[in-house]
Write a protein that binds this ligand. Structure first.
Ligand code: ZN
Length: 278
């Protein structure tokens, strides 16, 4: 599989640590369906390799990820499906909702539940769908130039599809991010518990691997049980139901836009709003 990937790289920088790297820096690591499918295969490879105890998700270039690449050439019809979603070609809201359930919410939830510790290693901008790669990871190490935003209220939707903002950033900061569309800097993210460590840019890789190595030497089953216990606690707080509820509202937004703006999934005026604010 790995030798056919065009959007991600896979290596093992330490004996018990797998590293998956977003390798589309010429497009600020914008995610098309091909990248998401390759990421899923890479996570599966790391999960099933018994020598791997910790998984790192990193990115080439100046920016971790600029979000979803809606104009990318890849079609869901050419890719293996992971979950049990279907009817991708259906008209109206049905087909598009199924695609987003499969490729966005479904994959994020799947990666969030891999029974090995995962660490995101983040630099530069993380915009909208970029957060959907960072937040499913267990720990987040970022460089001091990292920033995080979800400006898609400008498009007439609530936020990106994996709606865990209140759980990851806290309700107050989540509303601030969504209402204003502004970027949260690394230090502010640290203050709110949204990331674990902030380091100088030139120390990002070493700090991430030091943390990964430390964790990798601890008992594997204990790590798995600890992860599942924290994840189960979040689910007891309603995390999964919250995501599904917000996903329904997200599709009310998409459908409203289609009715109002000549079948466009997003309010086209929002693109100019985001450009003006950038
Ligand atoms: Zn959407």
């Amino acid at each position: 599989m790995a030798d056919t990937w065009t959007r991600v790289r896979y290596d093992q920088p330490l004996p018990a640590v797998a590293r998956i790297t977003l390798a589309r820096s010429e497009a600020a690591n914008a995610q098309d369906y091909t990248m998401l499918s390759e990421l899923n295969e890479a996570f599966d490879a790391a999960a099933q390799d018994e020598t791997v105890r910790v998984i790192v998700l990193a990115a080439d270039g100046n920016h971790f990820s600029s979000g979803h690449d809606l104009r990318g050439p890849s079609s869901i019809d050419d890719l293996p499906t992971i979950g049990t979603q279907c009817h991708f070609g259906a008209g109206g809201a049905e087909g598009y909702m199924a695609k987003e359930a499969e490729m966005y919410v479904g994959l994020c939830w799947r990666w969030r539940n891999i029974p090995k510790p995962t660490i995101a290693s983040v630099q530069g901008k993380v915009i909208a769908g970029g957060l959907m790669l960072v937040w499913p990871m267990d720990l987040i190490v970022c460089s001091d130039d990292a920033s995080f935003s979800d400006p898609v209220v400008a498009f007439g939707v609530n936020g990106h599809e994996y709606f865990v903002h209140p759980y990851e950033a806290g309700a107050r900061l989540a509303k601030d991010m969504l209402f204003t569309g502004r970027s949260i800097g690394a230090e502010e993210a640290l203050q709110h518990g949204m990331v674990n460590r902030v380091v100088p840019r030139d120390q990002l890789e070493s700090a991430t691997l030091d943390l990964a190595e430390h964790i990798s030497k601890r008992p594997m089953f204990g790590l798995t049980l600890a992860k599942q216990s924290v994840n189960n606690s979040l689910e007891a707080m309603g995390m999964y139901t919250s995501i599904q509820s917000a996903f329904g509202l997200h599709h009310v937004g998409h459908s409203h836009n289609r009715l109002m703006f000549d079948d466009s999934l997003v309010d086209p005026a929002g693109i100019q709003v985001i450009r003006d604010e950038a």
